[in-house]
Every structure is written in C-alpha cells, then in structure tokens.
Design a binder for this molecule. Structure first.
Ligand code: FAD
Ligand code: DLZ
Ligand code: SF4
Length: 503
C-alpha cells in the first residue's frame, strides 16, 4: 500500500483538500512553526486565530479517523520551519509520496519546491478561477481590469444571472453603494464567540511569545471552527447584508464593523467556502431578504476582487512586492504603529486595527493607504505593515491590494488611476473630521487638513507619470486653474512632509 504524507498549512483548514487522500493510509502533517509565526511581526490576534483554528481542525480530522502528525509551537520537539517539520515527519512515517496543496505565498512555494524530497503540489480547489484560465484571459490584454474578469466569473458561476444577462440588467451596482452613515442608522452588533480551553491555551502561548508585537490580543472574539464561522456568516446574512451595499464605503467614529461581514479571516483560512457564501447571499436576494445592490456588491467582492487578486499575485510572480513605480522612498510614519496622531481619521483607523486586527476596505484604502501614497511612503514598508497588522493578511491577497490597488506601485496594472483623495472625500464618507484638530475646510493654513495640500503635491510631483491619465484630466485642469495658489499648497505640503512623523 502506498503511504502518503499530506501537508496542511495554517490557511488550508478545509476538509475537501484531503479528498484525494485516504485516512486508512495517509498521514496529515500540521505544524506551528517559528518561521511562519515570524516572517512578519504578525498581530497577536492573527497568530492566535491561526494556531487555535489549526488545533481545532486537527481535532476534527482525528475525530473523522485521520492520523494527524501535529507539532505545537511550544512542544519540546517544536520545529522552526515547515520544511523542518516535513523532514521530521518523513523520518517518522517513511512515506512513499508527499503531497500538498499549493501555498498562497511565493515564499512557501519555493520552500516546498526546494525541499529535499519531491512534494507533489495540487491546485487549490477553493478558488473558482484557475491560473490557466486567467493566463488565457490575460494573454494579449493591455490592461487586466477587474470589471471584465468579474463579468466572466458571473457567467462562469451563474451567480445573479438570467441566461446571459445580469439579474436586474446591470453588472455592477457600485453607484448605489456610496451612502454615508448618519448617527440615526441602526447598526447590527457583530457576532462574537466565547473562548474554549483550546483557544485559552493558545492565547496564553501567544501572550508569552508574541506579547510585544503590535496589537491587542484580548478580548479575542473570533470564530476558530467551521461551525462558528458558519454561525458568524448566518448572522451577517440576517442582520447586515440588507444594508451592506448602501453603507459599504461609510466610516463612523467608534463603529468598527458597520455592515461588513468580517468573514475574510474565515474565507482565507478555509473555514468558509467562497462559492457557498455567494450562493447563500444570492438566495437571500431571491427570498426577498436583501436588495440587489447589497447582494451584487457582496458577490463582486468575492468572485470579483478576491479571485482577481489571487490571480494577479501568481500572474505577476515574486517580484511584485518589490514594485515601486512612483519611486516612493519615505519611511512609514511612526504613528502607523501607535495611532498617536492628531489626524482623527488616521488615529481611528490605526487604533481599531491595533485593537481588532481589522479595518474595513475603505479605511484600508482611503485612510491609511491614501495617506501613505500621498506622503510618498516606500511601498515595501506599506506592504509589510498591511501584511503584519490584519487578521486576514496573507501575501496573495494583501500584496495586490497594497502594492497594486492602494499604492499604485505596479505602474497601473491593477488600477486605472491611483486611489488618492483630499480631506473632502473623507469628510463626505465619515464623521471623523468633526472631531479632528485639523480643519477639513482649510487648505494651506497651519491647522488645515494635511490630506488637502498633500493631495495637490502628489499630483504635481507625479505629473510626468500621471499627467496623461485621462481619469485624472479634470484634477490636473483644476490644479492648472489654481496657479495663484499653487505655491502656498506646495509650501504647506513640503512643510508637512518635513515633519511627517509629528502630524
Ligand atoms: P466585506 O466588506 O464584508 O467583503 C466581503 C468579502 O469580500 C471579504 O471578506 C473579502 O473576502 C472579499 N473582499 C472584499 N474586498 C476585497 C479585495 N479588495 N480583495 C480581496 N478580497 C476582497 N483582504 C484580505 O482578505 N486580506 C488582506 O490582507 C487584505 N489587505 C488589504 C490591504 C489593502 C491596502 C486594501 C485596500 C484592502 C485589503 N484587503 C485585504 C481587502 C479588504 O479590505 C478586506 O478583504 C475586507 O476589508 C475584509 O473585511 P470583511 O470580511 O468585513 O469584508
Ligand atoms: C499565518 C501563519 C502563522 C502565523 N503560523 C503558521 C504556522 O505556524 N504553521 C502553518 O502551517 N501556517 C501558519 N500560518 C499560515 C501560513 O503562513 C500560510 O500558509 C502562508 O502564509 C501561505 O498562505
Ligand atoms: Fe482626516 Fe483631515 Fe478629516 Fe482630520 S480633517 S479627520 S486629517 S480628513
């Protein structure tokens, strides 16, 4: 009988990945290792989530009859890396073959390809798109726009389709999804979970080993099992999906989740299935429980954006994280690690990131990302920050979002224009400016909102690269009409840039 070893990584907690294996024959290898826990300074909640979910998953596999060779981080024979753990398992079980599902990071793909025994790599079946189909789609295209990819995914999955046409006649209802949330909007309470013994033990371990990392470990309220992740998603469908679309871009002081699903950690670790959650959202639409703008918006994030960034990451290869198309070289301001800044929008986004290991998309894109781009921060530093501080961060999804979408460092491969804005956009979509020491209505004065002058400085300093971009044409024309004010804007921005750590 051929005996196999199958490696399961911390973000591969999906039973169907073992469909080609046999519990009577094969051994599953799982390991909590230093290399994975330290390749960036992960938020303690992310490490706790990963280790606890791994331990629960291993238990479920054992209950289902699998043999699991599991090494805990603090075992006396703990291993430093995945390959060391695999090597120890090879010695122990003397397998005829070793298999794994392709990891979600080039770093680990290389580690497994370099492993001294052959590892047969299987495609990750949890994604709807495939690398081959994407390469075919991308071949010969000048621009790889998400919108076209998304329409193909709608056709392929049949989600929200009536024959060859989109339900409701439009592919994308983003135009209806830009409302600000007033204080009268009734927000749902997010679903939270009690700690069990396994998670308690993991929290003690993480506190001891990673207590100095940026981020608050307790309270820890995330789901760590498939059943609880399903319960969190059911709660979202019932309480938040109906308003998800309308308030998707809204931000409110102290309201950290609004109508967002907070399922990215579960999807990315394999506790929830992307196609299944989309089908359930679609059902809510057909049952009359959620409107089309919410359901289309939600499904687009998953079969559109999420699938698309997965493909961009592997399409572009390991060099992607080094892209620096705008040659930005400033260091990341210190308040990204403390939240101590007078810019209210930034302190809100960063302190909630510290406390929750979570911020929603517009906070990541239009607050912390926007500021880093306007300030000319080195995209590699921005990338490292995003990879470290969020519970859902794995390089395949984080890097295209940061390097491509947020920092425009890939030269416009992902986005047709940089996502930059002055304070007006933030004021329109949030209540942050009301409680800020800076004045959003002021432009160049000492107490003027820093985003305002930095915005014009950004456009001005990148004119050579961006001036011909038709989507920025209006903004450049406005800038040209402001000839008498340009000097004051640039002076103010240069002053801000000189003391960027002290804002
Ligand atoms: P919801 O708003 O409820 O959306 C539903 C789901 O759609 C999410 O759970 C997620 O799986 C998917 N989704 C939405 N937007 C995106 C997107 N742009 N790319 C991929 N999937 C998307 N997402 C991550 O999962 N991991 C990351 O490390 C990550 N880093 C990001 C870095 C930057 C700079 C930016 C701008 C975005 C990043 N995102 C990342 C995308 C997005 O912000 C998160 O997926 C989302 O905030 C997760 O919260 P949610 O589950 O409440 O999402
Ligand atoms: C994120 C993470 C952490 C913190 N620790 C482990 C670990 O100890 N063992 C493991 O197998 N996986 C871990 N992971 C997830 C991996 O880093 C993840 O599989 C890669 O980032 C590939 O996406
Ligand atoms: Fe942010 Fe400017 Fe508004 Fe202050 S005034 S919260 S810095 S956008």
């Amino acid at each position: 009988m051929t005996r196999g070893l199958h490696l399961i990584l911390g973000d591969q907690l999906t039973p169907s990945l073992l469909d080609e294996c046999d519990p009577d024959r094969d051994v599953v290898v799982m390991a909590e290792v230093r290399a994975e826990a330290t390749y960036v300074s992960h938020h303690p909640k992310k490490i706790a989530f990963c280790f606890s979910a791994m331990r629960h998953f291993a238990e479920e596999l054992r209950d289902d009859g699998w043999t699991v060779d599991y090494t805990k981080y603090d075992d006396s024979d703990a291993k430093t890396s995945i390959s060391e753990a695999l090597e120890a398992a090879v010695k122990e079980h003397d397998p005829d073959e070793i298999h794994a599902v392709e990891p979600g990071e080039h770093r680990l793909v290389k580690e497994l390809s370099d492993f001294k025994h052959e590892v047969t790599m299987r495609q990750d079946p949890r994604f709807i798109s495939t690398a081959e189909a994407f390469e075919e789609w991308a071949d010969g295209r000048k621009e790889l726009r998400m919108e076209w990819f998304y329409r193909d995914m709608r056709k392929q999955t049949g989600l929200l389709m009536e024959g060859d046409d989109p339900v409701g006649g439009k592919w994308n209802l983003d135009g209806e999804n830009r409302e600000a949330a007033g204080s009268d909007v009734k927000l749902p309470e997010p679903r939270t979970f009690e700690l069990d013994k396994v998670t308690e033990e993991v929290l003690d371990l993480v506190e001891k080993e990673f207590g100095d990392n940026f981020g608050t470990l307790r309270p820890f309220k995330f789901a760590v099992t498939r059943n609880d992740a399903e319960a969190a998603f059911d709660h979202f469908i019932e309480k938040a999906l109906p308003d998800f679309g309308t308030y998707q871009d809204a931000m409110l002081t102290g309201e950290r989740f609004l109508f967002h699903s907070v399922i990215s950690p579960y999807l990315n670790a394999g506790l929830l299935d992307p196609l299944d959650v989309c089908r359930r959202a679609e059902q809510a639409y057909h049952d009359g429980d959620a409107p089309l703008n919410s359901v289309e918006g939600f499904i687009r994030q998953i079969i559109g954006w999420r699938e698309y960034v997965r493909r961009i990451y592997f399409h572009d290869g390991p060099g992607y994280t080094k892209c620096n198309g705008l040659k930005a070289n400033r260091s990341l301001p210190k308040y990204y690690w403390t939240g101590e800044t007078d810019m209210r929008c930034m302190s809100e986004a960063i302190t909630q990131t510290r406390d929750e290991a979570y911020a929603h998309h517009i906070q990541r894109l239009m607050i912390t990302g926007n500021f880093a781009l306007l300030a000319g921060v080195d995209p590699a530093e921005v990338h490292e920050w995003y990879l470290a501080v969020y519970i859902d961060a794995y390089e395949w999804v984080e890097a295209p979002n940061t390097i491509g979408m947020s920092q425009y460092a890939d030269g416009g491969l992902m986005g047709s224009k940089p996502y930059v804005s002055g304070g007006n956009y933030i004021n329109k979509m949030s209540d942050y400016c009301k409680n800020c020491s800076y004045k959003v209505s002021k432009k160049t004065e000492e107490d003027a909102c820093p985003f305002n002058a930095l915005y014009w400085h950004f456009l001005d300093r990148h004119r050579k690269k961006l001036g011909a971009n038709t989507r920025l044409g209006n903004m450049y024309r406005t800038w040209d009409r402001m000839a008498d004010k340009q000097e004051a804007y640039l002076r103010r921005a240069n002053d801000l840039l000189e003391r960027i750590d002290d804002l």
